[in-house]
Ligand binder design. Sequence first.
Ligand code: NAP
Length: 279
Amino acid sequence: MQALRPAAAVAPARRWRLGVAGWPVAHSRSPAMHRAALQALGLHAWGYDLLPLPPDVAADALRALPRGGFAGANVTIPHKHLALEVADVATPAARAIGAANTLTVLEDGTIEADNTDAPGLIDCLGGDVAGRTALVLGAGGSARACAWALRAAGAARVAVWNRTPERAHELARDLGVEAVDAAFAADVLVHCTSVGLHDADATFARLPLTADGLGAYGTVVDLVYRPGGTPLLHAAQAAGVRTVDGLAILVAQGARSLERWTGRPVPRAVMESAARDGG
Ligand code: NAP
């Protein structure tokens, strides 16, 4: 049987709607990033909006996307698990991770769930992951996507540390990676906790790292983004380590989503500059 195509890729001239669903979602840079890309692609009739969905209405609202004229939607905290549940079909990545950040309306009006956070991380690492070692900090939704992505991309060792060790062990069991009690030197360090988002000063007190020890990593990725940068990335840069910030990850996952909806390559540099101009 032939795979179904995204509805909007089949009929790009229609006035398609897109958006990012979350609660809260007002802070999101996705609308600026996607609108800039749609203009650059000449898709002037398409729109991309914030979709603030309180938990009690989120399931019905996501199921109604096809009826509402949506080509698809990004989904963020706290609805990524729900997005997988409401979809009619799911990609192997979304199923394995247990969460979806991208819903696509297919040509028959059904909804497909995908997880572009995972390939987005690999894109930011330049695809250079096979045979490498990786330490993931955190055991929440984004840590699951990153650990799965690193393992699927052929990393030789993927280990997870978390403040609550039981959650690291559960993630490790689910995804076939390792749980560790302490940090170790690795090619790639991916920070996936919420430390540093609001309490920047406490970063090194809350993570199993020291600023001086960051030279033990080849690349440091921080999913957390703050204007002016995070203490983790500042310390990694001071140690001469290659860094990837949270906005680069946001752009990479968003570009993958827009490629799925439109069926076309998208202008990543345009998306990145629109996301960074947001403040
Ligand atoms: P989540 O599912 O809520 O997980 C939060 C994680 O942070 C858990 O591992 C939690 O550990 C840990 N944590 C929270 N407070 C902590 C503390 N004081 N000390 C040590 N660990 C702490 O969140 P998520 O969806 O994985 O997202 C994590 C962060 O990544 C978010 O804050 C967001 O800023 C960022 N993010 C960025 C992007 C992007 O595109 N750049 C995408 C997704 C997420 P416990 O299990 O012990 O509670």
